[in-house]
Design a protein around this ligand. Structure first.
Ligand SMILES: [Zn+2]
Length: 214
C-alpha cells in the first residue's frame, strides 16, 4: 500500500515503519505492553511510540483539529485490525472492547468523569453517538461566553486526561479514580482560564467560577 496525498500524517508514519513492525510481529508480541517494551528496548531513537501520545499544550488546538487527533488515536480495536495480537479490553472499565467511541463516550469510568464535568457547568446529558456529540458541540459551543470557553477546554482536557490515564494504566500500571481524574481536569482548565478576563457580575459566570474553583 502506498501513501496518497490525503493520507494522514500518522498513517504515513505507520506505513514508513512497516519493516520495524514486521520485526515486532516476528518477536511474537502478546500485548501492547510487550510492543511498547520491544520498541523502547530495541532502539531508543525510534519515534514510533510517539503515535501513542496526544500532543501536549491542549488549548492550542481548536475543536475540529482536536477531533481529528482523536480520530487517529491507535485504540486497541484499530491495533487489532492492523494485525496486532493483543487483548482488546478497555483498561478503564475492564468490561468492553476499547474503541474511540467506547473510551470517550460509553465507558462507565469515562462517562462518570464527563457527567461530573457537565454537572460543574449545570448541564445534564445522557450518552450519545460520536456524531451526535460533535453536532452538539458545534451547535452549543458558540460565541465568546465563559461557558463556551470552559466547555471547549473541558472537552479537550477530558479526552486528553482519559487517553493519558489509559496509557498510564497500560504502560506504567498506575491508575487514578474518577475523583482524581476530575480534579486533574479542573486543575488544567483552571490554569488555562487564568489569562482570561471574566465579568463576575454576570450570574452565570460567577456560578461557573465557584464550581470550577476559580
Ligand atoms: Zn471502558
Amino acid at each position: 500500500m502506498e501513501a496518497r496525498i490525503n493520507t494522514s500524517w500518522s498513517f504515513c508514519k505507520l506505513l514508513s515503519m512497516r519493516n520495524q513492525a514486521a520485526s515486532i510481529f516476528a518477536f511474537g508480541t502478546q500485548s501492547i505492553k510487550d510492543i511498547w517494551h520491544h520498541i523502547r528496548n530495541k532502539d531508543d531513537k525510534v519515534t514510533w511510540h510517539k503515535l501513542f501520545w496526544l500532543p501536549l499544550h491542549v488549548p492550542k488546538y481548536n475543536i475540529i483539529t482536536w477531533m481529528a487527533f482523536l480520530d487517529r488515536l491507535p485504540t486497541k480495536d484499530r491495533l487489532i485490525r492492523m494485525g496486532f495480537n493483543i487483548d482488546g479490553i478497555c483498561v478503564l472499565c475492564n468490561e468492553e472492547m476499547e474503541t474511540r467511541d467506547h473510551l470517550f463516550l460509553h465507558c462507565t469510568v469515562a462517562n462518570s468523569v464527563w457527567s461530573s464535568v457537565l454537572n460543574l457547568n449545570g448541564i445534564c446529558r445522557g450518552t450519545c453517538s460520536w456524531s451526535a456529540r460533535i453536532s452538539w458541540a458545534f451547535a452549543s459551543w458558540k460565541g465568546k461566553s465563559l461557558l463556551t470557553a470552559i466547555m471547549k477546554l473541558a472537552w479537550t482536557t477530558f479526552t486528553y486526561i482519559i487517553w493519558e490515564e489509559r496509557n498510564k494504566r497500560i504502560y506504567q500500571r498506575r491508575s487514578r479514580n474518577v475523583n482524581a481524574l476530575l480534579l486533574a481536569i479542573k486543575d488544567s482548565v483552571g490554569i488555562q482560564l487564568k489569562s482570561r478576563e471574566i465579568n463576575r457580575n454576570d450570574y452565570v459566570n460567577s456560578a461557573l467560577c465557584i464550581q470550577w474553583g476559580y
